[in-house]
Structure formats: C-alpha cells, structure tokens
Design a protein around this ligand. Sequence first.
Ligand code: ZN
Length: 396
Amino acid sequence: MDIAPRYQELYGPFFVTRDQAGAHNAEVAKVWEAYKRDAPIRVPATWGAMNPMRLMYADESLCFRDYWHDSEQMLRLQATAAALSRRIITTDDAKGPRAAPVGATLDFHPFGDETYWGCPVEFYDRDQPRVYHIYSDAKVPPSRMAIPDPFSGGFMDTVWRMYNEMSALVQTDISFAGLRFTPRVRTAGMKGTYGIFNTALQMRGTALFLDMFEDPEYVHGLLDVVSRGYVHRVKAWEKETQKNKRYNICYDHGIDMMSTEHYEQFLVPVYERVKAAFGAEKYDANIEHCGRGEAVLRYKHERFGIDSFSNLNASFLDLEKLRHDLGPEVYMQVTIHPGLVHTGPIDKVREAVKETLTPALKGRGRLTFGIQGDNFRAPIKHLVGLYEAVKEYGHY
Ligand SMILES: [Zn+2]
C-alpha cells in the first residue's frame, strides 16, 4: 500500500475494490456509448474531484507555498491525487490501471497570466495565493509597457526553474504514492490563458470598467499589449516545450460584467488579431464559463461558432433558457453552487441536482454534469453524494 496513512484516514472509507471498479467501468461504458450516439440514457458526470488543491486544503500539514516553489512537492501532490482518484469514484470516467504512470503538469493555476505581467503574488501557508493589481492607481500608457520575457524576471524565474527541475526529475525513477511519471512535463498552463480581458482586469483592477467609458483608447491600447504579450509567451513556450493542439482565443473571464456592445467594441477585434497571430482556423474548442452573463455566451455561440461550454452554474445562469437559446446541438456541462456542495447537507445537494436536471435542460442530450466545480474545500462525501444524485436524477 503506497498511500500515506493520513490519506488512508481521510479517503480510505471511499476507496472501491477492484470488483467495484470493474462494475463501474461496465456501467459507464454504456452511459458514454449512448451519449456519443446522441441517444443518452443518463447525464454523464465528469470532472474528477481529486487534485492537488483539494489535498492542500484537506491536509493541514501541507503548505500551499511549497507546491508552487518546490518541484518535488508539485510532483508529489500530483501523483498522490492521481493515486487517490484511481480508488475513488466521483464521475463516469472509467477507472484505469492503478499503477499506470502519471503525467506531470507545470501547474501555476490560477495566476500564470498576471504574474507574467509582473503583478505581485503573495503566498500563504494555508490558502491559495493572492495576486495584486499593478496599474489600479496609475494608468501607465500602453505604449510604455514592455512585453515581458516569458522565461525570466519576477515570478517567471520560478516557473522556468520548476519546469527544468521537474523535467529532469521525471526522467529519473522518482515515484510518489507508488506512481512514476511519463517522461514529459505538460505545460498547458503556460500556453493557455484565463483571457485577454481577464489579464487586463488583473493588471488594472475594476477601474478598467470605468475606463471603457472615460478613456476607451487606453482600454484598446492595454488589451492590445496584453494580447501581444500572450501570443509572444505562448509561441516562446511552444518553441521550448511542445506545440499546442488548440489555442485559447476568445476564452475569457470577467467578461460577464460587460455589455454586448462593449464586448463587441473592445474584445472582438482583439480576438480576431489573436486568432490571426496563431494562424488558427477555429476559435476555442470549449469555453469554460463559471460566472453570469448569458448574453455573452449566446454571442460567442453565434459570432464565433463555439458549440461547447463548461462549468455553467445553475445558480448563476438560467440553464433551461440557455439550452433553449443555444439549441440542442450545443454541448453543455453544468454544475451547482459550490457553496452548497461545500456546506451540504447531502439532502440539500441532492435536491439541487434534482431541481437542475429538469427534462427541459436534459433535452435530447449533449449535457454533462461537472462534479468538481470550484469545490476544492468540499468534503469528499459531498462529492460522492453529488455523483450519486446525478446518477439518480440524470436519467432520460
Ligand atoms: Zn472559470
């Protein structure tokens, strides 16, 4: 047994036997086969619940800061999360071999974009880091903003060191929780973005919304610099590591606070330029949208042809209306309020799932349910209960 006693204690009661995993695999094969045929028998549950962030919140002996500074610790927590997720069932993913090697990921979620631009990041022992704005009090002219080096300066020194250390470690026979690693470190986090607008918002703060009225030229300038920096960083990381399969182009956060008019005025031209700079044929394959703002979602579908949206929250969006407006062809992954999943009790969680998975939302299919959501601190028993509820109320 390679799982440390403290994780046995926390998660042991939820471990399944190999027989149970086999029965689960047989069931989910049917669920997915029907889903892919567009003849669903039940809404599939996706987005596994075990990850390093969950471990950091659950295990009081861990220090959050270490994860983003110590390459061994990043590997250790990723392997431990993988080992645990192979024993706990919270989604309709098939359970693969328990001993298969783990793919290591250079993981600077959720602050890679802003720290690239030099926003100061403050680390804590027992919580996620906070990033501070750099231009909230001073509107530096965009023409005077230099595009940062993608590998050095500020926090990028740490990111690049971690990448090189992890790349060397995964080539050795190092293992954690009994698992070894595949030989290449994934760098998707350094080649994706939470969005051009989101990055500008982190740099300037909410004053950016006022700027759209008072100084639109400044906003155009700032978004242009941010987009050029993003393209520069992605291309540089692609050259040093491996090529992207898909690019983030119109993937963005913070946009749910914008009017469609402002979105069209400020962001659509930026996205067009980013798409051209990457030589991409299509926009993003999927848009994760965790906030409000149904109008922006409809716009993205109509204007950019986006036909897959994830993390759509039943508490913030009118999902039935959204399904109606987007049409039955669009893929939707929905979820329920993270606060409810955190506090429970399970009966309330079940009720919310029942209320969410109505015939109107389930429609003809192309609907999945995201279990993890933003629930890093929710007890695992609530996530297991959430999955059970999807199985019960997700039937067609
Ligand atoms: Zn999000």
